[in-house]
Design a protein around this ligand. Structure first.
Ligand code: AQP
Length: 332
């Protein structure tokens, strides 16, 4: 049976990119694989990007990210769900990988270059991020990693680290594969440029737990097909952000109305956005209701995470011991 691992950073409110690119897939795989699917709020990664991290908010954001995933359908009874820093073997295994990973490989990671380029001084942790990510995955000997397209390069590096370790110290780790949700590879942000990203700020994201009236305020002013200057101009929904979001949220009849309407100028952009809000409400309102119920019972969420960390450690400890011995450390 495949073993799945994936993580999500508590660097801000989870958005529809995280939801369609990763979180929905977690739930689907969890339903199929039960405790062989392991998910984690990767809080140790959060401080690697100083522009998206504040110690005052880390604990709260970690809790909120757990709430969001549970509200989106992740059932901690069914899968293993925990907080990364509650399982110390993640950082321990990362160190063993650090010593075999060439700095040059890390420096060519696109995400590193993007994020480091925006900082005056680059913390070593930002460079090491993919090494810790490799440890997150391989600590559970996971072979399947559901992620968005932006993470594919890191998973390639994880494979390379597994290969290097196996070659240097003896066979131990699988070479995991990224699994992508093909209709949600890289969901664009509201600015229309690049992928929706927590660290780019709330103005460019649509949060899955964001109040629907706030979502509407953002949709109302969101750019549409620039070729459609007047209401009477036909548009191309494939070149429109609102068209992209409809593909994620709307059912076939609504999509048909919107696509045909846009191409024939039969529907205006505001009406098209109203239909999108309706589709978003259908998907997000039940999640938001469940999130409110979970927030009202924080002990339930904490107990679930404590239990998840226990289950994760039961796998992680022997794997780390095996790696430790292979590298040649004195046995306790
Ligand atoms: N726009 C996106 N489209 C599709 N998938 C996406 N993911 C993120 N943005 C999109 C996927 O969500 C999962 C969790 O992401 P993460 O929080 O661990 O890190 P990230 O990729 O760095 O996400 P953000 O929102 O862009 O966060 P910041 O700004 O903090 O770096 C991953 O599987 C990711 O692929």
């Amino acid at each position: 049976m495949p073993r799945v691992f994936s993580g999500i950073q508590p660097t801000g409110d989870p958005h529809i990119g995280n939801y369609f690119g990763a979180m929905k897939n977690y739930v689907k795989l969890g339903d199929q694989l039960g405790k062989n699917s392991i998910y984690c709020v990767v809080d140790l990664h959060a401080p690697t990007n100083p522009s998206a991290y504040d110690p005052k908010f880390l604990a709260q954001r970690t809790f909120e990210m757990a709430v969001a995933n549970m509200a989106a359908g992740l059932d901690p009874e069914k899968v293993i769900f925990f907080v990364q820093s509650h399982v110390p073997e993640h950082t321990q295994l990362a160190w063993l990988f650090t010593v075999i990973t060439p700095v040059g490989e890390l420096e060519r990671m696109t995400q590193y270059k993007d994020k480091a380029g925006k900082l005056e001084s680059t913390p070593a942790g930002l460079l090491m991020y993919p090494v810790l990510q490799a440890a997150d995955i391989l600590l559970y000997k996971a072979d399947t990693v559901p992620v968005g397209e932006d993470q594919v390069q890191h998973i390639e590096l994880t494979r390379e680290i597994a290969r290097k370790f196996n070659h240097a110290f003896g066979d131990m780790f699988p070479e995991p594969k990224a699994v992508l949700e093909k209709d949600a590879l890289r969901i664009p942000g509201l600015d229309g440029s690049g992928k929706m990203s927590k660290s780019k700020g709330e103005a460019t994201t649509i949060g899955i737990l964001e109040p629907l009236d706030s979502i509407w305020q953002k949709l109302r002013v969101a750019p549409t097909d620039p070729a459609r200057v007047r209401r009477t101009d036909p548009g191309d929904p494939d070149k429109c952000l609102i068209g992209d979001y409809h593909k994620l949220f709307s059912d076939l009849p609504t999509l048909e109305t919107v696509y045909t309407g846009c191409r024939t100028a039969g529907i205006g952009c505001v009406d098209c956005k109203k239909l999108l809000l309706g589709s978003m409400t259908q998907e997000l309102a039940p999640i938001q209701e469940r999130a409110a119920a979970l927030r009202a019972d924080p002990d339930f969420v904490r107990d679930a995470l404590v239990q998840g960390a226990k289950e994760a450690r039961a796998i992680a400890q022997p794997v780390f011991e095996e790696a430790r011995e292979k590298v040649g450390f004195l046995k306790l």
